[in-house]
Design a protein. Sequence first.
Length: 136
Amino acid sequence: MSLSESELPRTEEEWRVRLSPEEFRVLREAGTERPWTGEYVETKTPGVYHCRACGAELFRSEDKFDSHCGWPSFDDAIPGAVKEISDNTLGMRRTEIRCARCDSHLGHVFEGEGFTPKDIRHCVNSISVRLEPTQG
Ligand SMILES: [Zn+2]
């Protein structure tokens, strides 16, 4: 269930009516859900995680790993699906990740923590994505 290019909202007001208040706060205002509260923190179900705002495919369950940080973590993204933006808010130098298609906020990406051989952690808000389980 992916929005076509012409269906994508153009303004924040259009997004506001499509999304729940909490989805809007995270996706469109770069909010962060509280750790351990998201529905996909410990999910192992095979499938593809889609952008909750526009439906684009973002992450695969094969790349999800247990980071014990309280948010779903992936050591890879579907190529070209996410874009990185440097974020210096809160006095920290971080890299924000957004959906490349609709520019909605997903979370942050961290490197050099040593969790997996790829050594990258896409730290994603559950509310920014929706899992479509693999059929069968
Ligand atoms: Zn999107």
